[in-house]
Design a binder for this molecule. Structure first.
Ligand code: SF4
Ligand code: SF3
Length: 558
């Protein structure tokens, strides 16, 4: 059975996974995910038509968001769950279709008789084999004669939508929604079925998406800060405390809060992993004394680290990898993350019961003794950084800070990512490094010192906290009375999965130029689309840390 997927940076041979995903995605899962996306397009066709008549369906909105998030890299590897989603997708489509048809008739006094794209008429086959057959006909390459630039721009938009879905889902979980953001899932997915859109139309739509995603990032920032307070600079312990332990990974801060509440007073220590590290900066989470510290590094090292962790592990979002047998019975998934055979904690009546995780932590025994460790700082969100804006601006004007680098984005397993460590290490002492997302694990334990009390390494948070970096850049450009592109600020980004795609589209939509991106360029960007990105935005692939630093700062760089 074949497959084709090139949505992430580690795609096989830099072209596409066609026999088995490097991530562990089987052809069966890949094909079911293709069919799920097709089904979501069908919902969006009716969803958008209904919206044009002023009719909304919350169920369809949520389904699109969760469905897209399900297909993000390293989220759901369980064919049974995806199969269930596909069957539900049909029910959701039929419901929104009825809503639209009724509204149409009411408005026009007659039945709708327009032609719609194939996705609108899709009906799931009754067997798994039938679904796989359907999925094999709607994959990325199924339209053999599709222009490669159109395909490239459609996939760019689709991956952006997947990334935004993850952020919209986190915001929704915390009770925040933005109508424009929600509506764009319908608009964007429906556009992917529209054969009359030109390259230009799709470029514009990608830019429109970028601005909508900015709103989504803002919404999630608001959801996080309203619920957990604004991050404050906070020291995070990297050792361990004797006793039972739970390790929490992923981006979902509410899961962590619930777990902290349910473990309070039970003698269990909670540790953050991967993208959960910034949680320590939020007052409403840091107040729990048993949120002890951070353990391990970025996602690609999890097999070794989870193996060695003497407790239970909870994966709240991406990135999960195939669990080793040694910890298969100690790892739990929740939310949209799933791996066949791994215990899943579901939402029931608006709550999650983490008792199985807690029981496992208690029975696993935990750390036999205290393990000493150093401390690192997190919590430099936009409010914390802008709170010392005077000091920062003063240091720039006095020549103490020559340049800011945003070295942010995902980590990954492919060689070439040492560039980011080298870049941070070689950045001159009169430069400040802002960082976010899981790529920072390559250098966040190094000593960078400070400039007049301003730490040289400022951790702004998770990947979604790119919003903080944008806020800081905009504020600095106001102070210095110049455009963001004229600031002494350079963006050095690393990408892996689709959230990085949506953030990149936002930065481009904001007109930010000269972004350096690595470790390799996306396989789904066709040569012509790349040409447009280079011409319009001067986007460039990373070279070597030394060369890039010299190019940015001039020859006296290092
Ligand atoms: Fe390959 Fe990435 Fe797709 Fe997994 S998500 S199948 S690694 S391109
Ligand atoms: Fe990392 Fe998966 Fe993207 Fe949120 S945890 S940045 S890769």
């Amino acid at each position: 059975m074949g497959m084709f997927c090139y949505q992430c940076e580690q795609t096989a041979k830099g072209k596409g996974c066609d026999t088995l995903g490097i991530c562990g995605k089987t052809p069966e899962v890949a094909t079911l995910q293709d069919l799920l996306i097709h089904a979501l397009k069908g919902i969006a066709v009716y969803g958008q038509l209904a919206l044009e008549l002023g009719v909304k369906d919350k169920n369809a909105d949520l389904f699109l968001i969760e469905g897209l998030f399900t297909t993000v890299t390293n989220v759901d590897f369980d064919p049974a769950r995806i199969q269930e989603e596909i069957v539900r997708a049909y029910q959701v489509k039929e419901a929104i279709k009825r809503l639209f048809l009724d509204a149409y008739k009411k408005k026009n006094g007659r039945d709708f008789d327009g032609e719609l794209p194939a996705a609108a008429y899709w009906k799931p086959a009754e067997t798994l084999a039938g679904l796989l057959d359907q999925g094999s006909k709607v994959g990325i390459l199924s339209d053999k004669i599709l222009n490669e630039d159109i395909r490239s721009l459609r996939e760019l938009l689709l991956y952006g939508l997947k990334g935004m879905a993850a952020y919209a889902d986190h915001a929704l979980i915390l009770g925040k929604e933005n109508e424009e953001v929600t509506a764009f899932f319908h608009k964007g997915l429906r556009a992917l079925t529209n054969n009359s859109l030109t390259v230009n139309d799709l470029v514009n739509l990608n830019m429109e998406f970028g601005m909508v995603n900015l709103k989504c990032l803002e919404l999630l920032d608001q959801a996080h800060t309203d619920h957990f307070g604004h991050p404050v600079p906070t020291k995070v312990f990297l050792g361990a405390k004797k006793g039972p332990a739970i390790l929490v990974s992923g981006h979902d801060l509410l899961d962590l809060e619930w777990l902290l509440q349910q473990t309070e007073g039970k003698g269990i220590s909670i540790y953050t992993h991967g993208e959960m590290l910034p949680a320590h900066g939020y007052p409403a989470l840091n107040k729990y004394k048993h949120l002890v510290g951070n353990y391990g590094g970025a996602w690609q090292d999890q097999a070794k680290e989870f193996d060695a962790f003497p407790g239970a592990i909870l994966m709240t979002t991406n990135c999960i990898q195939r669990p080793r047998e040694t910890y298969q019975d100690r790892i739990f998934t929740t939310g949209l993350v799933a791996w066949p055979g791994v215990a899943h904690i579901s939402l029931q009546n608006g709550k999650k019961d983490f008792s199985p995780v807690i029981q496992k932590a208690l029975s696993a025994g935990g750390f036999k003794q205290d393990i000493p460790g150093k401390e690192i700082m997190v919590g430099f969100g936009h409010q914390a950084v802008l709170g010392v804006a005077d000091k920062v601006v003063g240091a720039v004007k006095a020549g103490q800070i020559r340049h800011f680098f945003l070295v942010g984005g995902c980590d990954g397993a492919k060689p070439g990512r040492n560039y980011y460590t080298e870049f941070a290490e070689q950045a001159p002492k009169d430069t400040v490094i802002l960082t976010l997302a899981c790529g920072k694990y390559r250098f966040n334990k190094l000593e960078f010192g400070d400039i007049g009390g301003i730490p040289r390494l400022l951790d702004m948070g998770q990947c979604n906290d790119a919003y903080s970096a944008i806020q800081v850049a905009v504020a600095l450009s106001k102070v210095f009375n110049c455009g963001v592109n004229e600031l002494p600020l350079s963006m050095i980004l690393s990408w892996y999965e689709q959230k990085a795609v949506c953030i990149l589209l936002t930065l481009l939509a904001l007109g930010i130029q000269n972004i350096r991106i690595g470790p390799s360029l996306p396989a789904f960007v066709s040569p012509n689309v790349l040409k447009v990105l280079v011409e319009k935005f001067n986007i460039k692939p990373i070279t070597s840390a030394k060369e890039d630093l010299e190019a940015i700062l001039g020859t006296a760089a290092v």
